[in-house]
Write a protein that binds this ligand. Structure first.
Ligand code: GLU
Length: 264
């Protein structure tokens, strides 16, 4: 894939399985700290970072004393409320160590359809960039009416990328990117570049998702479609080591799948 050194405004989306222990749902402090360190450093290098994070429900369920992730809406929403403040406390303290300020934005889907809300969100983003604050986004699960409005954060990250006029959307996940077969099958190959998200690509993306998160490869491809159609280059990379993010901006051989923006 190309080197993205010239991309300035970058949306980085991380799912629950990148942040929390699958066995307990509690925050994986080592992984989350390592991620914050890289994001803080990318910001120091001159990038504008927008961080889309899941994990509120997983972390909240663990903290709230649930043995497993609950399925009923009131419990899910309570977990999101418990976990969101826990996540923000952690992020705020971690980024502060590197002298960076953060802001929390909790969004619902109507930021797209309601033009007044949309304008308010865009204005907030612009002001935060002006103030050099890192926006940290999650879905506002507590007020969501439908089955958790954005029941995964992949779509949310693509919408955020369009709202803040991002240059690049990066989604971190359990696998290295989109494979031409089952990723656990050693004969399957990673697809390095996708020019057009057609039905063949969608058919490849039938990943099941992880035990903690709600998304899978399919929701990531759908998100990539939204972003690329809005002219935003999109990348899916593995979440094993957040330092892989550096490779996107410093080399032309980062491992992952690059979805080329559609420019008109
Ligand atoms: N907004 C949800 C959370 O923070 C997203 C869940 C997910 O993507 O799995 O828990």
């Amino acid at each position: 894939m190309p080197c993205f050194a010239d991309k300035k405004r970058v949306v980085i989306k991380v799912g629950s399985s990148s942040l929390a222990y699958p066995e307990t749902g509690s925050l994986n402090i080592r992984k989350s700290r390592a991620l914050v360190e890289v994001l803080a450093d990318l910001k120091n290098s001159g990038k504008e970072i927008v961080f889309v994070t899941s994990g509120a429900q997983a972390v909240g369920a663990a903290k709230g004393g649930f043995v497993e992730k609950p399925r009923d809406m009131p419990s899910k929403q309570a977990c999101a409320a418990i976990g969101q403040s826990e996540l923000m406390k952690f992020y705020s303290e971690c980024f502060e160590q590197y002298n960076h300020k953060v802001a929390q934005l909790l969004l619902t889907r109507d930021v797209i359809s309601n033009s007044e809300r949309r304008t308010n969100v865009i204005n907030t983003f612009n002001k935060l960039f002006e103030l050099s604050v890192i926006p940290i986004i999650n879905a506002n699960d507590v007020v969501s009416i439908k089955q958790l409005d954005f029941d995964e954060n992949d779509t949310l990250s693509a919408i955020v990328a369009t709202l803040c006029d991002a240059d690049l959307l990066v989604m971190l996940t359990d696998v290295d990117g989109l494979y031409d077969g089952d990723p656990s099958d050693k004969d399957s190959k990673l697809i390095a570049e996708v020019d057009c998200i057609n039905s063949d690509i969608i058919a490849l993306a039938k990943g099941a998702g992880s035990s903690l998160g709600s998304g899978g490869m399919l929701t990531k491809i759908e998100a990539a479609k939204i972003a690329t159609e809005a002219g935003i280059d999109t990348v899916i990379i593995g979440n094993k080591d957040p330092k892989l993010l550096y490779e996107l901006f410093e080399s032309d051989n980062a491992r992952g799948t690059y979805f080329k923006a559609i420019k008109d």
